[in-house]
Write a protein that binds this ligand. Structure first.
Ligand code: DOR
Ligand code: ZN
Length: 348
């Protein structure tokens, strides 16, 4: 049976939530990944190093006892973030970056940034102190067509930011369009991007196959097939600007299958297998290790992992659901679908 052993992978964009949800999802990511960049869009948001360290401790306490999983924290950037917080992030090993949510762009983004120029002094400090800026890149004007929001953010907001702060480290998170791929490719090494499994597997038709499909709804929304093809090309290119970030975002089944369903795909339990499926289909499994295990660490100037993980070629079926104790279920991305690569446990 064919196997593939690669350096242990990291997830450079992950939502773990807190409380009971955290307790129920953390083991899934810890089984698959050595490290993850933890998103700060809790309620209330993680806006300071102090809050990030409290959240970091909660995550560590929730881990299975034998796990060496390392959460790396991002802070929620607001117009009120004190400039002194930038130096604190730079000085603390557990905190790595700031996350920019344009206000209203997505789940728990109400406290985000309304006017991007208001945070320019913070971006100047981040550039100077080499603290990366992670961006949810969508314009928020509700009149803008939802399928155009990422492209317009690049044109209207990101190009001016890059012009003003040419040395700022930026990760354009969960890219979804040909324009985002081209933008990142055209930039110097300080600009990278993460790519999710859902944007590699699905185009926007997947939102409406035989009826509305709430578990395929995330933000930025799935785009047309030509964009998916651009993302696949970028992911398998071996270009170190593109690396793995699942954007796994757990919402209870009842909050997804709802008249106003939440945005977010839960991919954590099956993430590496979902990526392997795409790389295998493209005859590019030799490029998986760079994308999943090397380029993100390199971008953040962190050491590559020393441990390895092994996938085996075997057909298996993604579970229909995962229980969340006393609350309901999570429906994973591609629930019930069959995959051809499986992570062999234990991973370490
Ligand atoms: O689909 C999404 N869900 N996109 C985001 O940007 C946030 C995330 C969440 O937190 O649920
Ligand atoms: Zn996210």
């Amino acid at each position: 049976m064919q196997t593939l052993t690669i350096t242990q992978a990291d997830d450079w964009h992950l939502h773990l939530r807190n409380g009971n949800m955290l307790q129920n999802v953390i083991a899934h990511s810890a089984k698959q990944f050595q490290r993850a960049m933890i998103m700060p869009n809790l309620q209330p948001p993680i806006t300071s190093v102090e809050l990030a360290l409290e959240y970091h401790a909660q995550i560590l306490q929730s881990l299975p006892s034998n796990s060496s999983f390392e959460p790396l924290m991002s802070l929620y950037l607001t117009a009120e973030t004190p400039i002194t917080e930038v130096a604190k992030v730079a000085a603390c090993n557990a905190t790595q970056a700031f996350k920019l949510y344009p206000a209203g762009a997505t789940t728990n983004s109400a406290a985000g940034v309304k006017n991007l120029t208001s945070i320019y002094p913070l971006l100047a400090a981040m550039q100077q102190q080499q603290v990366p800026l992670l961006i949810h890149g969508e314009v928020t004007d509700p009149k803008t067509d939802i399928f155009d929001r990422e492209r317009l953010f690049i044109e209207q907001d990101l190009i001016p930011i890059v012009a003003e702060f040419p040395e700022l480290k930026i990760v354009l998170e969960h890219i979804t369009t040909t324009e985002a791929v081209q933008f990142v490719e055209s930039m110097p090494d300080n600009i990278g991007a993460t790519i999710t499994p859902q944007h590699l597997h699905f185009n926007r038709n997947a939102l409406f196959v035989g009826g509305i499909q709430p578990h395929n709804y995330c933000l930025p929304i799935l785009k047309r097939e030509s964009h998916r093809q651009s993302l696949i090309k970028a992911a398998i290119s071996g270009n170190p600007k593109f690396f793995l970030g699942t954007d796994s975002a757990p919402h209870l089944q009842t909050n997804k299958e709802n008249a106003c369903g939440c945005a977010g795909c839960y991919s954590a339990p099956v993430a590496i297998e979902l990526y392997a499926e795409i790389f295998s289909q493209e005859h590019a499994l030799d490029k998986l290790e760079g994308f999943a295990s090397w380029y993100g660490a390199d971008f953040y100037n962190l050491p590559r992992n020393k441990t390895s993980m092994t996938l085996q070629q075997q057909t298996w079926t993604i579970p229909e659901s995962y229980p969340v104790s006393s609350q309901g279920n999570l429906i994973p991305l591609k629930a019930g679908a069959s995959l051809n690569w499986k992570l062999i446990e234990p991973v370490k």
